[in-house]
Design a binder for this molecule. Structure first.
Ligand code: 6R9
Length: 572
C-alpha cells in the first residue's frame, strides 16, 4: 500500500516549473550571482557575509542565536566585523594561513560561527567536530588532517591529547577568564582587542574550504574535502529547494559537526542573505516548537529521526504553540517514512520535503520541490544540472523500477575534491565511465522519481527476494506501538538471510510475544509475506549516529557478535 501523492500547493516559489528548468538549466548561469564572476576574487565567507554587509542587507539580521543562557542577534554588518575579528585572532596569535587546517570543537554558539567564517576568510580549511567526540575521535581527526589550530571550550579541552599531536600548534579556548598555558590561549581575550578590519585572503575556486570526517562501515573515518566552488550549488539549492526569500526566518536544526550543519546551516542560507536561526542545547519537542514560535520560523530543515520523535511526542503538544509562520518544511539524513509525511501534513498542514545527498556530494542532489507533487517515500527528482541513474555493478544504466546502485554523473559543483590523505579511497567512488557510486541502493519509477532502498550493504536477500530495510521499517512504524525500527538481514542456512527487526516501543506499550506476532502480521498484510520480520527484538532505543541515522551495521554486529567498526559518531 502506498500513500497517495501529495499535490503541490499553489504558491509563489522560486522554482516555478521543475521539468522545464531541468531541460534548460546551466550551472554557468548561476555563477553570475557571485561577485567573483566579475572581480575574479573568490572567498566563500565574502559571498556569505561581507557582500551582504555592503548591500541593502547591511542591517538585516543574519544570525539569531538562542541557548539556555544567551539570546542574541547579529546583523550582516556585525557578522562582517566579528568574523574579521576572529580571523585576526587566528592570524596574529596562531599564524593561520591559506591551506592550514583549523578545527572547531565546540557546542553551537555565535563564536563557533565567527571562528569558522574567520578561518575561511584567511583561506584556511575548517574541520568541524561534534562536541560529543571523545578523545580517540578527536585525536584521529586532528592527526590525519595535521591540524595546526583548534578552537574549543573549557569543557572540551580535556579531550584533546595535546602531547600526541605534534602538528597542533595552538589551541584557543573560548570561555570567560580561561588560563593560558603552553599551547593554550584565551580566545576571548584577544577577540575583544582584535581589529575588525581585515584584508580577506582571495583563493581559487578549487581551493580547500572545509573538511568533514565521515565514517564508513569499517576502518577509520575519512576526511571529505570540499572547495569554495561548492558555493555555486549551495546558493542555488538554497534558492530552489529551501525556497529562501528575503523575509524568511530559516532554521536548520543540524550541528555543524554534520555536513548538513555547514552546507545548510551556514553556507546556503547566508549565500542567499537569509536570517539564520541557531539553537544550542538538547532536543526536546517543547523546546523545538517554542523555537519556531518565538522566532517565527518560516522555513525549517530537519531530519527524519527528529520528526519521528516529534511524532512520538503526540499531537496535543503541537497545539500548545503558534506555528502559523511555518511555510516550508524539509528533511534529510535518512529515508523519510511516508507515515511521517502523513503526520506532518496533519499537524502542520504542510508537506515535508525530503532531500537526498551525502557528505561526499556536498549539497542536495535529489529533492522534492515545492512546485512538484510529492510521492511519500520517494526522495524526489534530481536537481537541475544533476544527472542521476540506477546502475548495475559494472556501471551500466538500468531501466525504471529495477533496484541497483544510485549513481551520479561526476562533476557537479559541490562534489568532494578529495579524500584527505587517501587518493585511492577517492578513486574508489567512481566507475571508469564517470559515475559516482553513492553506496545507496535505490530504483527510479516510470515518472522519474527516485526511491531509496537502503545502503547497498544493508539490502537483504531473503529466499531470493531483495528487500530494502527502509520499506520494512516504514511499515513497522505505521504500527501504533512502534516508535522506531531498525531492520537487518540475519544469515540463515535455508533462506540466505531472514529479516530481523529491532524495535523501540512507544510509551505505554509493553513488550510481549503477542505484540511481536501482531506486528509481524501487520507487515505481512501491509507489505508482503516475505518482507515480514521472522525475528523481532524489542530494545530501549536504537543505535544511532549523531546525525540521527540508525546504525544497521551496529545492529548486525551485535546480532552476529562481530566487531562493530568505528563507533566515534554514535550517540551515547
Ligand atoms: C546529508 C547526509 C549520507 C547517507 C546517504 C543515505 C542517507 C541521506 C537521505 C538518505 C534516504 C534521504 N540519506 N539523505 N537516505 N533518504 N533523503 O545525510 O550526509 O551523513 O554523509 O549521509 O545518508 O544512505 O548515503 P551523510
Amino acid at each position: 500500500m502506498q500513500l497517495e501523492a501529495l499535490p503541490t500547493v499553489q504558491g509563489d516559489y522560486n522554482l516555478k516549473n521543475y521539468e522545464e528548468t531541468y531541460k534548460t538549466f546551466s550551472w554557468k548561469d548561476v555563477e553570475k550571482n557571485f561577485s567573483w564572476s566579475e572581480t575574479g576574487r573568490v572567498n566563500m565567507a565574502y559571498e556569505a557575509i561581507d557582500r551582504h554587509a555592503e548591500s541593502f542587507r547591511k542591517n538585516k539580521v543574519a544570525l539569531m542565536y538562542l541557548s539556555d543562557t544567551r539570546n542574541e542577534k547579529y546583523t550582516f554588518y556585525e557578522m562582517k566585523k566579528l568574523t574579521n575579528k576572529a580571523a585576526n585572532v587566528l592570524k596574529e596569535k596562531a599564524g593561520v594561513q591559506k591551506g592550514d587546517r583549523v578545527f572547531i570543537f565546540m557546542p553551537r554558539s555565535p563564536e563557533l560561527y565567527f571562528a569558522t567564517l574567520g578561518a575561511i576568510k584567511l583561506g584556511a580549511i575548517v574541520g568541524p567536530l561534534f562536541e560529543a567526540f571523545m578523545e580517540g575521535a578527536v585525536k584521529d581527526r586532528l592527526e590525519d588532517s595535521k591540524a595546526k589550530v583548534l578552537v574549543t571550550t573549557p569543557d572540551l579541552v580535556g579531550r584533546v591529547p595535546v602531547d600526541q599531536l605534534p602538528a597542533l600548534e595552538t589551541i584557543f579556548v573560548v570561555g570567560e577568564n580561561v588560563g593560558e598555558e603552553g599551547k593554550l590561549l584565551d580566545f576571548l581575550k584577544y577577540f575583544k582587542e582584535a581589529s575588525d578590519k581585515l584584508d580577506i585572503e582571495w583563493v581559487g575556486r578549487n581551493d580547500g574550504l572545509i573538511l568533514h570526517y565521515t565514517s564508513g562501515s569499517t576502518g577509520k573515518p575519512k576526511g571529505v574535502l570540499h572547495v569554495h566552488n561548492a558555493m555555486i550549488q549551495h546558493y542555488q539549492t538554497g534558492k530552489w529547494v529551501l525556497d529562501l526569500k528575503e523575509d524568511d526566518i530559516y532554521w536548520c536544526t543540524a550541528d555543524p559537526g554534520w555536513v548538513t550543519g555547514t552546507s545548510y546551516g551556514i553556507f546556503a542560507p547566508w549565500l542567499n542573505g537569509a536570517t539564520n536561526v541557531v539553537v544550542g542545547g538538547r532536543f526536546s519537542p517543547a523546546a523545538w516548537y517554542k523555537t519556531i514560535e518565538q522566532f517565527g520560523v518560516t522555513v525549517w530543515y530537519s531530519a527524519p529521526t527528529s520528526f519521528r520523535m516529534l511524532m512520538g511526542a503526540g499531537n496535543e503538544i503541537v497545539r500548545q504553540y503558534d506555528l502559523s509562520t511555518l511555510r516550508h518544511i524539509l528533511s534529510v539524513g535518512e529515508p523519510l517514512n511516508p507515515e511521517v509525511i502523513r503526520w506532518g501534513n496533519e499537524v502542520f498542514g504542510l508537506r515535508i520535503h525530503d532531500t537526498w545527498w551525502m557528505t561526499e556530494t556536498g549539497a542536495q542532489l535529489i529533492c522534492n520541490y515545492p512546485c512538484m507533487d510529492i510521492k511519500p517515500g520517494s526522495m524526489g527528482k534530481p536537481f537541475p544540472g544533476i544527472k542521476v541513474a540506477i546502475v548495475d555493478d559494472q556501471g551500466n544504466e538500468l531501466p525504471p523500477n529495477r533496484m541497483g546502485n544510485l549513481a551520479i554523473k561526476k562533476g557537479w559543483p559541490s562534489m568532494m575534491a578529495a579524500i584527505w590523505n587517501n587518493p585511492q579511497k577517492y578513486e574508489s567512488y567512481f566507475f571508469p565511465n564517470g559515475w559516482y557510486v553513492s553506496g545507496d541502493s535505490a530504483y527510479m519509477d516510470e515518472d522519474g522519481y527516485f526511491w531509496f532502498q537502503g545502503r547497498v550493504d544493508d539490502v537483504i536477500m531473503t529466499s531470493g527476494e531483495r528487500v530494502g530495510p527502509f520499506e520494512v521499517e516504514s511499515k513497522l512504524i505505521e504500527h501504533p506501538a512502534v516508535a522506531e525500527a531498525g531492520v537487518i538481514g540475519k544469515p540463515d542456512p535455508v533462506r540466505g538471510e531472514i529479516i530481523k527487526a529491532f524495535i523501540a516501543l512507544r510509551g505505554g506499550y509493553e513488550p510481549s510475544n503477542e505484540l511481536k506476532e501482531e506486528i509481524r502480521q501487520f507487515v505481512k498484510k501491509g507489505l508482503a509475506a516475505h518482507a515480514a520480520p521472522r525475528e523481532i527484538e524489542f530494545c530501549e532505543k536504537l543505535p544511532k549516529t549523531r546525525s540521527g541515522k540508525i546504525m544497521r551495521r551496529v545492529l548486525k554486529a551485535w546480532e552476529l557478535n562481530l566487531p562493530a567498526g568505528d563507533l566515534s559518531t554514535m550517540e551515547d
